[in-house]
Ligand binder design. Sequence first.
Ligand SMILES: Cc1ncc(COP(=O)(O)O)c(C=O)c1O
Length: 436
Amino acid sequence: MSYEDKTRESARLFERASQVIPGGICHNLRYFPPYPFYVERAQGPYVWDIDGNRYVDFWMGHYTHILGHNHPLVREAVVSFIKEKGFHFGLPNREEVELAELVTALVPCAEMVRFCSSGTEATMYAVRLARAFTGKKVVVKVKGGWHGASTDLSVGISHPFDVPESEGLLPQVQEYVRTISFNHWEETERVLDEVAEDLACVIIEPVLGVGGFIPADPDYLVRLKEKLESLGALLIFDEIITGFRVSTGGYQKICGVTPHLATLGKVLGGGFPIGAVAGLRDILELGSWRKAKPSRVLMGGGTFSCNPVSMVAGAVVIKYLVENEDRVYGYFNDLSLYLRKKIESEDFGVAVRVTGIGSLFMIHFLKDGASREIRCAEDVIEKTYWDIRDTTFRRFMASCGAYLVHAGGAFSLSHGEEHINFLVEGIKRFCEEHFE
Ligand SMILES: Cc1ncc(COP(=O)(O)O)c(C=O)c1O
């Protein structure tokens, strides 16, 4: 059955939405042509739409649900907290201290942590802290890096990377943001040298996220940290996707490079809104009320920051991950290997490559003659049919009953080999139709 035939109620709802919401959607990424399906409910690895169709979900709520949708551990903890205690106090609570203790015990750079309500806020504050701590202005980010849509970081996110991402941004602000190519040390060093005098920080996803799910070479990160320290600038890891997903201490625990600051979110909230800035005490303390203006960094705030529901849900998930560490991350590595082997053993009529780490994966359809090496977002643009991922491919896979964004996603503990088989079968059928 075609996507349109099976999603008639969603079509009607999108029509209504388009009258009252710009583009009919509140997060552009959630749109795909001709219209997205609307979700009724979610459980384990599945979501059901309002027409009653079931999808194997690889999006997992923007990669948040590491245990699966609506996991009983999280649900029971949250429901019983709300029943017994309430849901939003706007006041300090025991739960925020407990979650902060978990973060500082687990994440190598985290001597202290401050919570907010989204990853976008966290990266915005991290950059502000870096500028205040160093007394310098320039922020360097990676082409293809997504850190949320704050004014400072809305630069070089999507192709073409040198065209402004948005109207309404002041060029004077953006002058202080420069971009580098992920994993390319020579170019990175050249840019850092150019701005050396006024460099506050580099903010980088140590596993490039939507830009391609590409892990940084540990050596690249080692050099980056050394260089930044020699220039008196800070290294910020944006671990909003990788934090607690690739290990209990994020990618920094795996690669052995400890940044000065890290931002966290997604898994940390156990499926509820959250963001966090973690890092060295001296830097974080700049945000304390103990500091007076003008030496204080305005950070935090937020009506819903430290809302106890996010704190409780996050703590349940993180404790589970810690208690089952070897089994959980071992399982994800096994699934990842299974997916790669399966993709390699099939003939798709087009070269297909998988990038990622552990539970995070992205499928790339390589252009004729392109090398298989994918080391940065520009490689994805140059070497692959990237523009079909969120149009024809996403729609086709949805018609088959699987949901992916950017032809990638995240496994949860509720996913198994049968879901990967289903995914690969769908990809095969897509390639047969599309690349014939
Ligand atoms: C690496 C990274 N940083 C920051 C953000 C922004 O987080 P949020 O959507 O919670 O504002 C995201 C969200 O996708 C992200 O993937």
